[in-house]
Design a binder for this molecule. Structure first.
Ligand code: ATP
Length: 482
């Protein structure tokens, strides 16, 4: 599998298109087409269902230090600008940018070693005699916008670069408006924006993307155990959806990579086909964040270099960035203990998960054509729960009452699943098209169907065909895709 094949399949079959393509495209922005929107939505729904809605809060899950609750919110993309000052994004959310005076290229300093120089013959950036790189400069990745009509610097606001802060600033609202006790995870799925210096590698590094984040609030004494639980639980989630190969790995950060306040951070990484041998790209980060975020929003931005953490002071000796002054601590109503919770943050990207799932599903193999001869096919082996189309309904031929029977089945299933009706071209070609879209099941209505009310159901991966009663289609598909 190489990246070009994946990108071309994504375009050809309507998974991903370049944004604004008819105007030449816009670097770092991608649109999801008819199949892509379903795939990505299924991934986000599976995450929400598994993490939040179907979470068992009455029992202790395997590996968990205890019972816990999960709930969700949906906060705005533009928030009070002070939030980004207290979170550290205003001062610290920067990449080092380097320009080449010769080729006019712009590069992220930490990406230079793996970046090809546009000057021919091909070499890496900085390796040509002609290369003339500037000193690295800070570049803040937050997109700036203005609120209201005056447009002064005081009206500046930012598009959120992560969904996490919307959860921190709503922590008290959630606790006060519900009966949840800690430990509690608050989840959010939504768009984030980063003005990446060099967006690249298809959807992997985009300027507009979606995140699926949990902020898990717990007692400080238990936070190390909860960190380990979430790290392993999130790794298992990808494996459960078929990203289980040697391309997936969990990388624990070394202690010199950690923030002072953090007990641990781990990345779940995937060996994307656009990376060199042995390189991995981050799918999700799981970080132990201590009480850094809640305290920063209470007292003012904390100085990450202090231990224990202290509010960062400006030249006048006052907090450099003032917090909200609101009490974001938690009182346990059973023990009456009051504390600022520690936070574990599993932060995943929906677009990177979608891309990894497409890469992992991509296979080329052989399947028999109508005459039984082996024919090369491209197949996306999506987990049935994630597949954009769950079943295709195909009349064998366009006559003898087969389309009528097929349409009845199609309309009955369509109320419950995303199914596809296709009567054009030979059935073999229709199977190939569904294989390429990752449809796990094809239901075919043939001559026998009209006589005894049965249909065949073909499995995309085993190619086995089973005969079932037409009336059972709904239940059979439900059992297979849920
Ligand atoms: P990277 O080092 O690759 O820039 P990061 O460490 O800055 O990523 P986080 O801030 O931890 O990323 O964001 C959490 C998740 O959000 C990432 O694991 C990734 O899945 C997703 N994400 C972050 N930046 C982008 C982006 N530019 N495009 C697509 N997804 C992204």
């Amino acid at each position: 599998m190489d990246m070009e094949q994946i990108v071309s399949l994504c375009k050809r079959r309507g998974f991903v298109f370049q944004s604004s393509e008819i105007y030449g495209g816009l670097n770092g922005f991608w649109d999801y087409g008819p199949l892509g929107v379903e795939l990505k939505r299924n991934i986000k729904n599976a995450w929400w269902q598994d993490m939040v809605l179907a979470h068992d809060d009455l029992n202790v899950l395997p590996g968990a230090p205890g019972q816990y609750s999960m709930t969700g919110i949906d906060s705005t993309i533009i928030m009070h600008p002070q939030i980004w000052k207290c979170s550290g994004h205003y001062d610290l959310f920067i990449d080092k940018m380097v320009d080449c005076k010769e080729c006019k290229g712009r590069f992220r300093e930490d990406h230079i070693p793996g970046t090809p120089c546009p000057i021919k013959p091909s070499k890496m950036v900085g390796q040509h005699d002609k290369c003339s790189l500037t000193e690295p400069r800070d570049f803040n990745l937050m997109f700036k916008t203005t609120l209201g009509a005056l447009g002064t610097e005081d009206d500046a606001a930012f598009l959120r670069p992560e969904t996490a802060q919307g959860i921190f600033v709503n922590f008290k609202n959630v606790i006060d408006s519900t009966r949840y006790r800690l430990p509690l995870g608050i989840a959010q799925v939504g768009k984030s924006f980063r003005n990446e210096i060099t967006p690249r590698n298809f959807t992997f590094r985009s300027r507009e993307f979606e995140q699926m984040e949990i902020e898990f609030f717990c007692h400080p004494n238990e936070s190390a155990d909860w960190y380990r639980y979430w790290r392993d639980r999130r790794m298992k989630w990808y494996q459960d959806y078929g990203v289980g190969s040697e391309r997936l790995r969990l990388r624990e950060h070394a202690s010199d990579e950690l923030s002072h306040y953090s007990i641990g951070t781990a990345d779940i990484e995937y060996a994307f086909p656009f990376l060199s041998e042995g390189e991995y790209g981050e799918l999700e980060g799981i970080a132990h964040r201590g009480d850094f975020d809640l305290r920063s929003h209470m007292e003012g931005k904390l100085d990450e270099k202090t231990r224990p953490l202290q509010v960062q002071l400006g030249p006048d000796g006052k907090p450099k960035w003032r917090g909200s002054g609101k009490d974001l601590s938690y009182r346990d109503d059973l023990t009456n203990e009051k504390y600022v919770p520690h936070v574990i943050e599993p932060s995943a990207g929906a677009d990177r998960a979608t891309l990894a799932i497409i890469c992992e599903a991509y296979h080329e193999d052989e399947a028999p054509d109508e005459e039984g001869k082996g024919e090369k096919r491209t197949v996306l082996r999506f987990h049935p729960r994630l597949a954009p189309i769950k079943a295709a309904i195909l009349p064998l031929v366009k006559k003898d009452g087969m389309p009528e029977m097929a349409k009845d089945i199609y309309l009955a299933l369509k109320k419950h699943f995303n199914v596809f009706y296709d009567e054009k071209s030979s059935v073999g070609r229709r199977y190939r098209r569904q294989d390429e879209a990752g449809t796990p099941y094809c239901i075919t209505i043939d001559g026998q169907s009209l006589q005894d009310g049965t249909v065949t159901i073909r499995d995309r991966d085993t190619l086995q065909q089973e005969r079932i009663k037409a009336a059972d289609c709904m239940q059979v598909v439900r059992d297979k895709v849920s």
